[in-house]
Design a protein around this ligand. Structure first.
Ligand SMILES: Nc1ncnc2c1ncn2[C@@H]1O[C@H](COP(=O)(O)OP(=O)(O)OP(=O)(O)O)[C@@H](O)[C@H]1O
Length: 347
């Protein structure tokens, strides 16, 4: 089912947390809402779910082209998974997944055999068939979230809304689960919105990413698009480490998200920084090596610019680093392999 949000605005007291949001998600798509804390991701998700309502006259929500703004949560057929496991502690995994099916109105309620076969199929899908009789306290955090997802899927939702579903798990489990979720999505193809503030997670899991900032969508595109062609310095900054190579006016000293000041801004990712011993390129920036450290297969070099008081982070391959044999105090020159320029951008 497609989801369309038109001109959604929401205020809590005097604070406007969503500002005329437009967003269209196609049937079967998995879209990540990515943004810093407080940017309005959860509020938008809750409005789509019907748990919260937009301001009066503050826009509409459409499912498959039909305006459902006035509909309550019970009529929207939505599956929801939150960061904190909402499993029933006194019910087994099986009972937890069966819960939604048993709570259906009697006319559409499946019988015991149908429930069993449905729950068994879902247990297979989440690869936890052998744990059907366990209780939530006997599961790992990752397993609990998989059960929560199966429970949300049991009632065949038209839309799946996931609010930081892996937020409480450690980094390794998170990584495993997001790959698992991606594979699962390719099997079930339910239109899914995934809220996260973790850029790696958003880029890896989704078909498209909506980058949110202060109640607005700053960019909506495929992971590759937003990463390679960020629409603004904010998006660039939010998607990974960066260096400011050149900036006009006040911008150089201001944090990118601070606001105020206009200027041409050139930003470079650490892996696009090229370090050399000679300054043949006339745009080369003279710098001094401050620190050389190993980060996995890459070597991270911290440099201090000589033309202005700023540092540059570079990530070199171990071959490049060996060839250069850098050590603290060395004088070098810095250029970029690839850079992003934002002309007259107000930040
Ligand atoms: N019920 C509420 N009453 C008052 N203010 C609220 C309420 N819910 C959210 N807010 C405020 O709205 C803003 C957006 O919150 P929201 O939870 O949507 O952001 P978020 O991007 O999901 O952040 P996080 O990643 O921290 O959950 C925040 O400033 C928050 O304090």
């Amino acid at each position: 089912m497609s989801i369309e949000v038109r001109g959604i605005s929401k205020s809590f007291g005097p604070t406007r947390v969503l500002k005329e949001i437009d967003l269209r998600i196609e049937t079967g798509e998995l879209v990540a809402l990515l943004g810093p804390s407080g940017s309005g991701k959860t509020t938008l998700l809750r409005i789509i779910a019907g748990m919260e309502h937009a301001d009066p006259g503050g826009g509409s929500v459409l499912f498959d082209g039909q305006d459902i703004t006035a509909q309550g949560i019970g009529d929207r057929r939505i599956g929801f998974v939150f960061q904190h496991y909402a499993l029933f502690k006194n019910m087994s995994v099986f009972e937890n997944i069966a819960f939604g099916l048993r709570s259906k109105p009697w006319r559409s309620r499946p019988d015991a055999a149908q429930i069993k076969s449905k729950v068994d199929a879902l247990l297979d899908l989440i690869q936890l068939g052998s744990l059907a009789q366990r209780y939530p306290s006997q599961l790992s955090g990752g397993q609990r979230q998989r059960v929560a997802l199966a429970r949300a899927l049991a009632v065949e939702p038209r839309v799946l809304l996931l609010d930081e579903p892996f937020g409480a798990l450690d980094a390794t489990v998170r990584r495993e689960l997001r790959r698992w979720l991606r594979r699962l999505h390719e099997t079930i193809h339910v239109t899914t919105i995934f809220v996260t503030h973790d850029q790696e997670e958003a880029l890896e899991v989704s078909d498209r990413v909506a980058v949110m900032r202060a109640g607005q969508i700053e960019q909506f595109g495929s992971p590759q698009e937003v990463y390679e062609n960020p629409a603004s310095p904010f998006v660039f900054q939010f998607l990974g480490h960066y260096n400011v190579f050149s900036a006009r006016g006040q911008v150089a000293d201001a944090p990118l998200s601070a606001g105020g000041g206009e200027g041409a801004l050139t930003l470079v990712r650490p892996h696009d920084v090229v370090v050399s011993r000679n300054g043949n390129d006339r745009d080369a920036i003279p710098a001094r090596v401050l620190h050389v450290g190993l980060v996995g297969p890459l070597v991270r070099v911290e440099l201090e610019r000589l033309d202005r008081k700023e540092s540059i982070d570079a990530e070199l391959t171990s071959e490049a680093s060996k060839e250069l044999a850098l050590k603290p105090g060395d004088s070098v020159f810095v250029t970029s392999r690839h850079e992003h320029s934002f002309e007259d951008y107000s930040i």
